[in-house]
Design a protein around this ligand. Structure first.
Ligand SMILES: [Zn+2]
Ligand SMILES: [Zn+2]
Length: 144
């Protein structure tokens, strides 16, 4: 029973885990905020608005606007000046979690990490086979 409960990441209240990541109250609030942002963006003259402008006019928190963009509810194809910050350097991006240059860096980093892991694995296997040799020698001695 308790395992079905989780803390709402926004208000911290306990709620039933299910379809939503946040509690009902916060979900409703988010939907209201989305409506506000959407009706603002739907005005033709606001199509080129930036997140800063949307925030200034709608008073919806930056984090929430970023979330709507991340979730694809505000399409950057329709609103080219909307974006959210890269998780690494804070540059404005339209998809994924990192900007192109950070992605590049991470991919290179991952390769390095893989090589290190492979090296450690080789050393470990080496040690294991040595141990086995040692043990079989011992057994042979015991037999004698
Ligand atoms: Zn909540
Ligand atoms: Zn970046």
């Amino acid at each position: 029973m308790l395992s079905n409960l989780t803390n709402c990441p926004i208000c911290g209240r306990l709620f039933m885990k299910g379809l939503r990541k946040v509690c009902n109250t916060c979900f409703k609030k988010q939907e209201e905020q989305f409506e506000v942002v959407r009706s603002y963006m739907n005005k033709k003259e606001n199509r080129m608005a930036t997140v800063q402008e949307v925030h200034a006019y709608t008073e919806v928190p930056y984090e929430r606007i970023y979330q709507f963009i991340r979730e694809g509810r505000l399409l950057t194809t329709n609103f080219p000046n909307l974006g959210y910050p890269c998780e690494s350097c804070g540059d404005s991006i339209h998809q994924g979690r990192l900007c192109e240059s950070c992605k590049d860096r991470v991919i290179k980093g991952v390769h390095q990490h893989e090589r290190q892991k492979q090296f450690e694995e080789n050393v470990r296997q080496d040690l294991t086979s040595k141990n086995q040799t040692y043990r079989s020698i011992n057994i042979n001695r015991y037999k004698d």
